[in-house]
Design a protein around this ligand. Structure first.
Ligand SMILES: Cc1cc2nc3c(=O)[nH]c(=O)nc-3n(C[C@H](O)[C@H](O)[C@H](O)COP(=O)(O)OP(=O)(O)OC[C@H]3O[C@@H](n4cnc5c(N)ncnc54)[C@H](O)[C@@H]3O)c2cc1C
Length: 383
């Protein structure tokens, strides 16, 4: 039986689920509170420079999931792009992620990989046996000099607190590379959509069974008008924040233009705590196949998310986790509603993971619509 489906949010989650269910013949209404589609992946041409801008921060597509890669390529041409991030620290520019070039440059050495590994091991603080905090984890694996130059200031600005207050789990086991690989991501498939992410999402939504209403905020009372709701808004927002707000970091972007090439790369991090922004994104470097005289850049500032701000990064510390458990329990009880996407499940999700989960969610619904309610959230976010 064909159903009337409401999808809240025209980001990647909503667009992929909408496309899959529309193909299967269901009638899809999508609402989004913003005045554009594509959610946080939204791209648009900067009117002054003509450069394609990643409006909500830099987005690089990378995945090992062949099906997801083929899927996005159905809707948009992806051109080769590898992210090569630089960082400014103590008045010098270094290569990220911290690799052999960074280590040799930082210490003024010409070490081979095995020499560098032994050198770092001797700098690392081996007295820390069971690191509990981010700082302990960093000192344990990279030692104080690299920690202070590349991790401490950036992390303090990003999370708005001392790395001594963050869990060790935020830092990967050994965040160093002992070779000259400066490709930010390891994934097999990496690229950038030629016409931008918003054009890709527009192609996904271009189906006779799909209608999209922008500038339209979902109200829970609307639920009764539909057979099923896929909700990609904030899970706490669905319940009117009645148990409290889940913590997020938000971002402010300070736009500026430059005649020519401002920094020679797409993303320059700023590791020093004395510089208030975390990074500068120069958007034209995301499209090296285009040519632009002028440049547009965004300085990025991170701060606590207030009620009227856009939620970016879920904080997920102890306090948030207990509140989340409360909301998840209620989400599981909610009849004919599936909570999806980064806000609906309160997790940081890369785009490929978002698409994978959206495809799986749509398929589970098509296979057994009557059991599709909030079951998906149980699989994704264990109680
Ligand atoms: C700064 C930053 C950089 C990132 N960079 C990368 C990257 O380089 N590579 C990568 O793979 N991933 C990246 N990501 C992750 C990527 O942004 C997410 O994977 C993607 O946005 C998730 O899509 P979504 O549809 O779940 O959520 P969203 O894109 O947030 O879409 C949700 C939509 O729901 C709408 N909405 C919410 N509540 C309501 C309501 N009540 N009524 C109506 N509409 C509502 C919102 O307006 C929004 O448009 C980055 C994320 C951030 C924060």
């Amino acid at each position: 039986m064909k159903q009337d489906i409401l999808i809240v949010g025209a980001g990647l989650s909503g667009a992929v689920i909408g496309q899959e269910l529309a193909q299967a013949g269901h009638r899809i209404s999508i609402v989004d509170a913003r005045d554009h589609i594509a959610g946080n992946c939204h791209t648009e041409r900067d009117p002054e420079t003509g450069v394609m801008v990643h409006v909500y921060g830099p987005h690089i597509f990378h995945t090992d999931d062949r099906e997801v890669w083929d899927y996005v390529n159905r809707f948009e041409t992806f051109l080769p792009y590898q992210n090569r991030v630089k960082t400014s620290s103590g008045g010098k520019v270094f290569s990220l992620p911290v690799n052999l070039h960074t280590i040799n440059q930082f210490f003024g050495r010409t070490m081979r990989p095995d020499e560098a590994r032994a050198f770092i091991e001797q700098l690392a603080d081996s007295t820390i046996e069971d690191p509990q905090t981010f700082e302990e984890q960093a000192l344990r694996f990279v030692g104080r000099d690299l920690y202070e130059a590349f991790f401490k200031g950036y992390t303090t600005k990003q999370w708005g607190c001392s790395p001594t207050a963050l869990p060790a789990s935020i830092l990967k086991r050994l965040p160093l590379r002992f070779n000259y690989d400066d490709n930010y991501f390891y994934h097999r498939y990496q690229g950038m959509p030629e016409g931008g992410y918003t054009q890709m999402v527009a192609q996904m939504l271009d189906h006779p069974n799909i209608t999209v209403e922008l500038n339209t905020r979902f109200a829970r009372s609307q639920k009764t008008e539909y057979d099923h709701v896929f909700y990609s808004g904030p899970i706490d927002g669905y319940f009117g924040y009645d148990a409290g707000r889940l913590g997020y970091r938000t971002l402010d972007f300070e736009r500026f233009t430059y005649d020519g090439d401002y920094q020679g790369c797409a993303v320059m991090n700023y590791g020093d705590a004395t510089i208030p922004y975390t990074r500068v994104t120069e958007h034209k470097h995301f499209a090296p196949w285009e040519s632009h005289e002028k440049s547009v850049c965004y300085r990025e500032f991170s701060r606590e998310c207030g009620p009227d701000d856009i939620p970016y990064y879920p904080i997920r510390l102890v306090e948030e986790k207990s509140l989340l458990t409360d909301y998840l329990d209620r989400a599981r009880e909610e009849d004919r509603v599936s909570f999806v996407g980064r806000l609906g499940t309160y997790r940081y999700l890369d785009m490929d993971v978002t698409i994978r989960e959206a495809l799986d969610t749509a398929r589970a619904f098509l296979a057994r619509p009557e059991t599709a309610t909030a079951s998906r959230i149980s699989e994704l976010v264990p109680a």
